[in-house]
Design a binder for this molecule. Sequence first.
Ligand code: SAH
Ligand code: DHB
Ligand code: MG
Length: 231
Amino acid sequence: MPQEIWTAVDNYYTNLLEETDPVLEAALAASAQAGLPAINVSPSQGKFLQLLARAVGAKSILEVGTLGGYSTIWLARALPAGGRLVTLEIDPDHANVARNNIERAGLAHVVDLRLGEATESLSELLREEAGPFDFIFIDADKEFYGHYLLWALELARKGTVIIADNVVRKGDVLDANSKDEKVQGILRFNQVLASDSRVSATVMQTVGSKGYDGFAVALVTGEPGKWVCVK
Ligand code: SAH
Ligand code: DHB
Ligand code: MG
């Protein structure tokens, strides 16, 4: 019952607020056609990310975890002319689907998709002095979220907004002894979130077509450079 209601309300608002269009639909259809898992953000969540990025006037966005580029398109559309988005993906099949979807969306000139292990791409970005990014979305393998947050902080500035998806996991984060490595990864991420003095954060729990989960929302308030151990 709850899931049915969550999905119905999600659909109601998605339709009411016209939170989708043929390009986004085509991206999802092409992703499904290619056999990608349907774990992209929902339309409402995509719009939420886009509105946040616009609200902070983001000109540079970093995304960790591209999949078929669905959230990438939502976020890239938040950028003003001359803006850029770097998105990191380890799976070449996902990256190919994403490239086509981004191209179809007319965003190929805006999006820099980097194929490879995220931590390697992140260290490459740091070496290139590609930061600071104004807005960072973490949505790759949950096991390494703590590391991604620390890298994100190195690529951020005071005022950067960092969002991380899937930090509630149906409430499983309450089980400190969970055998689920994804849950343990989120718990390590949470330790950084709670103890790193460079960020002020909260978690918004969400229900909707993707079930019960939540976003961590963090604002970089301090100066970069303080390292916190994730172990
Ligand atoms: N942000 C996307 C969904 C991302 S799903 C959307 O909402 O549309 C998570 C993605 O992270 C998958 O495509 C997966 O292949 C990728 N991923 C997993 N581990 C990774 C790693 N170590 N480095 C880079 N990408 C990774
Ligand atoms: C999964 C990953 C996601 O980023 C998500 O939003 C939902 C599910 C997963 O790996 O199952
Ligand atoms: Mg996710």
